[in-house]
Design a protein around this ligand. Structure first.
Ligand SMILES: C[S@@+](CC[C@H](N)C(=O)[O-])C[C@H]1O[C@@H](n2cnc3c(N)ncnc32)[C@H](O)[C@@H]1O
Length: 225
């Protein structure tokens, strides 16, 4: 009886794992992972650092935009942050005003990456939200207004996959991609990178570093596009 009670508690804890991960209690956030990976690259880095999904709320665990802008400036990399919501882009423009070579663009990240023609050396993907059931009405309304869609896990995975597809054509050899809110599940991955990570792994990328909630991939120095 004690054993079956313990199994039932463990089962419930397991069901809570995705929410716990998303709430970010025990993890290194994706932007820190990317900064750590940039530190492993020797010499000057030629190419842009692009963030898809700008800072929306200044709460613990968010705030990636200025941190990445600072990391890019330190390495002489131009920095662009992209967001679909004009309010977030306006905020990012104000926050980046003191960072040389940094700018904020209002666009869908997948469209931006597909059209951008500069060299991209590193990308942080932390955009279309997962449906964790705790989004405010304001946030859900922004998705309807600017993307014409509800927040669903399928749309989230598709958007990050579209970004990954664009990056296979755009990222420089040896370049980095970090996808936030992504974790191993069974033989694959769950979260924002559920389909993007497997796609990249079959298109010349390998996992360079992982935290409990983010996956960092590096493109082979020479790989087929
Ligand atoms: C989790 S927040 C980003 C948080 C930010 N990286 C930070 O840590 O401060 C996700 C952001 O992605 C944006 N977003 C959602 N779908 C998008 C899309 N298709 N293209 C660009 N931005 C998108 C949302 O407006 C929101 O600002």
């Amino acid at each position: 009886m004690i054993k079956s009670a313990a199994r039932s508690i463990l089962g419930r804890l397991h069901m809570l794992e995705p929410a716990r991960r998303l709430l970010g209690r025990s993890t290194e956030h994706g932007h820190s992972l990317l900064i750590r990976l940039l530190d492993t690259m020797s010499g000057p880095i030629d190419g842009y650092l692009v963030e898809v999904g700008s800072t929306r709320e200044k709460i613990p665990g968010q705030g990636s935009t200025v941190l990445l802008a600072g990391a890019a400036a330190k390495r002489g990399m131009p920095f662009i942050t992209v967001d679909m919501d004009p309010a977030n882009t306006d905020q990012a423009s104000r926050d980046l005003s003191g960072y040389e070579g940094a700018s904020a663009v209002n666009a869908k990240g997948e469209d931006f990456l597909a059209a951008f023609d500069g060299p991209i050396a590193a990308v942080y993907l932390d955009a279309f939200d997962l449906d964790h059931g705790h989004h405010s009405q304001y946030r859900l309304d922004r998705y309807r207004r600017y993307l014409g869609t509800d927040v669903t896990n399928e749309a989230c995975a598709q958007m990050h996959l579209d970004c990954a597809r664009a990056l296979v054509a755009r990222l420089v050899p040896g370049g980095l991609v970090v996808i936030d809110d992504t974790w191993p599940q069974g033989a694959g991955f769950a979260g924002k990178g559920a389909t993007a990570v497997p796609y990249l792994l079959t298109h010349g990328f390998e996992i360079a570093l992982r935290s409990r909630t983010a996956v960092g991939l590096r493109r082979a120095a020479r790989s087929p596009s």
